[in-house]
Design a protein around this ligand. Structure first.
Ligand SMILES: [Zn+2]
Length: 380
């Protein structure tokens, strides 16, 4: 089973103020829960259990903070569960998947608190593009229909101030592994070229996205020049938020199109398993702009749907430094060497293309290795 999200923008309307009040209530409940957790720990040296916290918040909501009643009880429960998940992660590991330090959940500015989540109850789809939440009907721009069983509904405000509704659904089993095209390929991500593949595929980032990224720099500068608390600063902040939103949309669109194309052309796609936290610290934030991680997760999704295989090659595999002709490893190559000549066999290489060839070879080797294991298991 896989999760998929369908996200739509709500029409801006007067009644969105009611959604905003629900969002604010969720933020206040969050902060109250954090305070209770901290107090409980100080007094008893123990973690406050989710059930006790839930009971306490329910009591408050019924008798003291009746303004919190605007938020459905499932959404309240979700706030408590979000905090619990945060603590669980904190107890379990010191670092998360991308290598960042895990901190316990903490107080949040209510003005920055983004969303609340409902599960089965408290919402209803009454018509295409119409949803009822907490007794009020909201309309949203529906571009594609929601497919699959809805598990959660999240309503949130973005930094521009618009509300969005996200349906998280469970989709069916992955499509069976196909062998339609009989083609395999390896890909390398890069800074100058977004994607370089074997058989000469080269994919640039679309020009509008590049231009927007330049504008982003400028908008950032504008904002930092404005006086704190001034009206013009508020305007500049909104302009920046709008630009960020457009870039994210544009990039997602580009990623989806590219991923669809790749899964239609290849049965097996080999890529490098990226260590994004490491890349960020190495090259600055431009790498995160390119959104490799986002692309990989989108590619994964399309592979599942189409039945293509995605093979991730270990990030310590020296894909750029190995000569794809003779296998000699050149430790002295730096990031700046775009083309180089192998001192061992004399073949000249384009850095990205050479890496892609190596990634494909290693990926196919891994795949054959896995298949071999499976056969052994079946025989035993
Ligand atoms: Zn060589």
């Amino acid at each position: 089973m896989a999760r998929q999200a369908f996200k739509y923008k709500l029409y801006s309307a007067e009644r969105n103020k009611r959604l905003n009040r629900q969002r604010v209530a969720a933020g206040q409940i969050w902060n109250h829960c954090i305070a209770l957790h901290k107090r409980y720990y100080r007094r008893f040296g123990q973690h406050l259990s989710q059930n006790r916290l839930m009971a306490r918040v329910a009591y408050l909501r019924n008798h003291v903070r009746t303004d919190w009643k605007i938020l459905g009880s499932q959404a309240v429960q979700d706030v408590v569960q979000r905090i619990e998940r945060g603590y669980k992660l904190f107890f379990k590991a010191t670092r998360d998947k991308s290598g960042r330090k895990v901190r316990p959940p903490t107080f949040k500015k209510v003005s920055r608190y983004r969303s609340f989540t409902l599960k089965q109850a408290g919402w209803k789809l009454i018509a295409p593009g119409k949803v009822k939440v907490g007794g009020c009907v909201y309309r949203f721009h529906q571009s594609r229909t929601v497919e699959g069983k809805v598990k959660t509904v999240t309503i949130g405000r973005d930094s521009v101030g618009d509300f969005w509704i996200t349906f998280s659904v469970e989709t069916g089993e992955a499509a069976p592994i196909k062998a339609v095209t009989g083609r395999t390929a390896g890909f390398d991500f890069g800074l100058s070229m977004f994607l370089t593949g074997t058989d000469g595929i080269e994919v640039q980032m679309p020009q509008p996205l590049k231009t927007d990224l330049k504008r982003l720099k400028k908008a950032n500068r504008e904002l930092s020049r404005k006086k704190r608390g001034s009206k013009s600063r508020k305007r500049a902040r909104l302009a920046l938020a709008r630009l960020h939103r457009r870039i994210a949309c544009c990039r997602r669109d580009f990623h989806h199109k590219l991923a669809r194309e790749l899964v239609q052309s290849f049965d097996v796609i080999c890529i490098e398993d990226l260590n994004l936290a490491g890349m960020k610290s190495l090259w600055g934030r431009k790498v995160s702009d390119l959104g490799f991680a986002e692309f990989v997760s989108i590619l994964e999704h399309h592979c599942r749907k189409a039945g293509s295989r995605l093979v991730k090659v270990n990030r310590y595999f020296p894909s750029s430094k190995t000569c794809s002709c003779c296998g000699h490893i050149h430790q002295e190559l730096s990031l700046r060497d775009r083309t180089w000549i192998c001192s061992h066999c004399g073949v000249s290489h384009d850095r990205d293309n050479n890496a892609a060839v190596n990634i494909e070879r290693e990926g196919l080797r891994l795949l054959a290795h896995q298949a071999g294991h499976r056969l052994e298991e079946e025989a035993a």
